[in-house]
Design a protein around this ligand. Structure first.
Ligand code: NDP
Length: 236
């Protein structure tokens, strides 16, 4: 059976990734800034002995190094980056919140790369050798060009952090090809979580089930691609 490490595993999409992989018997390294504060995660760990909780703040280099030291030599088949933030303040031109923008880049872009660098040898040592990050259709340059002003003219921080993530992971996918490590980007759709809000059409269960079907495909075929939870390519 495979091992998956999930960031941001305490709520939202992350905890549903934990739930579904645990139900299928995977070993799950469920990471979170404060795992002890998530009842959902603690319950999953008590029900499934192969769910192990670890502390990880993806923006904190010491925290990332601490986890990498703890996991040294442990193969990780799938490294799944779910942690992310969506700054809500100062999203319009004339009132941009640059602190929020820095935080978005730290979490959504640098966090993914920092954790990937730290755990790369764990992934390389596994049979499956797969890395995936949750991006968003809002990252699409084509989408912003084709969208209405109301849709397109906002959310500088979040959207640009995810567009940069798409580029960084595309570079990574190419760079890691010779080592047989496969890197993909996923769009979960608009999902009911704290981030997605109550009006989102998709449940975490549906979105994660879809993304898991995509991840279960041939890693060579999905590497370097940006795919939706429905398996369809998303525009860059
Ligand atoms: P939530 O806001 O519900 O959860 C975000 C998760 O990220 C939490 O577990 C949070 O932990 C964690 N997190 C934030 N900052 C850090 C950090 N520095 N270190 C570790 N963990 C951190 O969001 P979703 O579950 O909805 O989103 C998951 C991913 O999916 C994100 O990358 C998001 O951008 C993406 N996405 C979501 C969509 C949706 O509709 N929901 C649509 C498109 C993309 P904590 O509790 O400690 O804050």
């Amino acid at each position: 059976m495979f091992t998956i490490l999930i960031t941001g595993a305490n709520r939202g999409l992350g905890v549903e990734f934990v739930r579904q992989h645990a139900a299928d018997g995977w070993e799950v390294l469920a990471t979170s800034r404060q795992p002890e504060k998530s009842d959902a995660l603690k319950q999953l760990a008590s029900q499934h002995p192969k769910v192990v909780l670890h502390r990880l703040d993806v923006t904190d280099a010491e925290s990332v190094k601490g986890l990498a030291d703890k996991l040294k030599g442990k193969p990780i088949d799938v490294l799944l980056h779910s942690a992310g933030i969506y700054p809500r303040e100062g999203q319009h031109i004339g009132e941009i919140d640059y602190d929020g923008w820095h935080k978005a880049m730290e979490t959504n872009l640098f966090g993914v790369l920092r954790v990937t660098e730290a755990l790369l040898e764990n992934v390389a040592a596994s049979p499956r050798k797969q890395i995936a990050a949750i991006s968003t259709s809002l990252s699409s340059l084509r989408g912003v060009q084709g969208g209405s002003v109301a849709q397109a003219g906002t959310s500088y921080q979040y959207r640009s952090s995810k567009t940069a993530l798409n580029m960084a992971l595309s570079i990574l996918a190419k760079g890691l090809e010779p080592r047989g490590i496969r890197v993909g980007l996923l769009d979960p759709g608009w999902v009911k979580t704290d981030m997605g809000g109550a009006h989102a059409p998709l449940s975490p269960r549906e979105s994660i089930a879809g993304m898991r079907r995509v991840l279960a495909g041939n890693p060579m075929e999905i590497s370097g691609k940006f795919l939706g939870h429905d398996g369809m390519p998303r525009p860059w």
